[in-house]
Design a protein around this ligand. Sequence first.
Ligand code: AMP
Length: 216
Amino acid sequence: MRIVILGPPGSGKGTQAKIISEMYGIPHINTGDLLREEVAKGTEVGRIAKPYMDQGKLVPDDVITRMLEERLSQEDCKGGFILDGYPRNLHQVDLLDEILKRLGVDLDCVLNILIDDEVVVRRLTTRRICSVCGAIYNLINKPPKKEGVCDICGGRLIQRDDDREEVIRRRLEVYKEQSEPVLERYRKRGLVRDIRGDVGLEALPAEIKRVLAGCK
Ligand code: AMP
């Protein structure tokens, strides 16, 4: 199964991708993670990408596309993959088409996570991160035993700057601007399957199975 997954920040995209990856035995390819690895390893791609990433700008298409093609050409992607973080614009849709054509494969499905903006705002503004070990809490669903203190290491819990409401609303706007044209293009091809982003963790595997059963 070859899947692209799209969803706004705070939609649980990473969680859904991880479940799908385990369920179908396919690698979860996240372009942001791939780039962070390149930066950490100090490769040429990493050196080019870093200044863009630091400013929250898109890395030039040719750089990221070359890196992605290399990754999708590896053995573990032969049986399929779930692609997260790409494509982010129409040019990248075309570039992905070209990569898949060279590899002699097709996309089976574009999974589109539907979630209300207010649910995302509530989820992210109540998120707290341990400033020491990075453990993630949520004041509503997963509160720490002691207010403001990490259960695991006793570190101080903080709110990330980009989890503030005005920043979240801006990120949601940017996501919509970027993803609408991509979704429209894939919808015309009949590839898009909508999936709910507000179901609980326990119900998620069944929801994923139901939605993906409609794919090729
Ligand atoms: P993310 O983890 O998805 O937020 O990605 C982190 C950063 O990596 C982004 O801010 C971009 O600089 C870069 N990046 C990830 N995916 C892409 C992409 N498809 N095209 C261009 N830049 C990307």
